[in-house]
Design a protein around this ligand. Structure first.
Ligand SMILES: [Zn+2]
Length: 99
């Protein structure tokens, strides 16, 4: 995924890494909305990833926001979310493996 550094469209203070089609909003601006409880157990499990991942990745935030706003995600969005979360997990692991 090619990402660009953008100034957050809301606070205009923090920079966010987003792909070309994403709306740039930083973690701080989305934090309150992202913290809303998820009632659906299956979705709750999906979104139960380390908070750091949401901090690092605007895409993961966007997917969760979509679910909070619309109450549903497409199969494709769920798969993309899982894929990105898995990539971040792998990155974290390899970073830990370094001396
Ligand atoms: Zn912001």
């Amino acid at each position: 995924m090619i990402q660009f550094k953008h100034l957050c469209a809301r606070c205009k203070k923090n920079f966010v890494l987003v792909s070309r089609t994403q709306f740039p909003v930083c973690y701080d601006c989305q934090k309150a909305e992202l913290a809303q409880p998820i009632k659906n157990l299956k979705m709750k499990k999906l979104f139960a990833i380390p908070e750091d991942f949401y901090k690092q990745n605007a895409f993961l935030r966007e997917i969760k926001m979509k679910y909070i706003r619309f109450g549903a995600l497409t199969e494709k969005q769920v798969e993309a979310f899982k894929k990105v979360a898995a990539e971040l997990r792998a990155q974290k692991k390899s970073a830990k493996a370094l001396p």
